[in-house]
Design a protein around this ligand. Structure first.
Ligand code: AMP
Ligand code: ZN
Length: 112
């Protein structure tokens, strides 16, 4: 089982900030900004490259949930960034898709 599937199964602890039947969100263990939340599907999908048409709904739910969490954290107006890293050059280290929600400080662009 992958690391994030173990978090979903409560085999590894996490600071969970949202959960429903399909989606889990938790604080990143190594935060890169005052808000750094990971929003994941409960169903295992390794990378964006594996997405199928049937996955369109869950990806939309991840994005919409990140926006709601940004509102709850008070960073919707100041601004936030949502990122999926995919494979080596993007620095993907956990192969269960996760949407990073980052905010609460100015974020440089382009990213490193
Ligand atoms: P990525 O580099 O896009 O694959 O992002 C993986 C993220 O997972 C990194 O930001 C890590 O800090 C985070 N991470 C790794 N292990 C844990 C964990 N046990 N709980 C919460 N976040 C984690
Ligand atoms: Zn998984």
């Amino acid at each position: 089982m992958c690391l994030f599937c173990k978090i979903i199964a409560r085999e590894i602890p996490a600071s969970i900030v949202y959960e429903d039947d399909r989606v889990l969100a938790f604080d990143d263990i190594n935060p890169q900004a005052p808000t750094h939340v990971l929003v994941i599907p409960k169903r295992h999908i390794g990378t964006l490259s594996e997405l199928q048409p049937d996955d369109d709904g869950i990806v939309g739910e991840l994005v919409r949930r990140a926006a709601i969490l940004a509102g709850e954290r008070g960073i919707a107006i100041s601004g936030f960034r949502t990122v999926f890293n995919t494979n080596r050059d993007a620095g993907q280290t956990v192969f269960h898709i996760h949407l990073h929600l980052l905010g609460g400080r100015g974020l440089a662009w382009p990213p490193g």
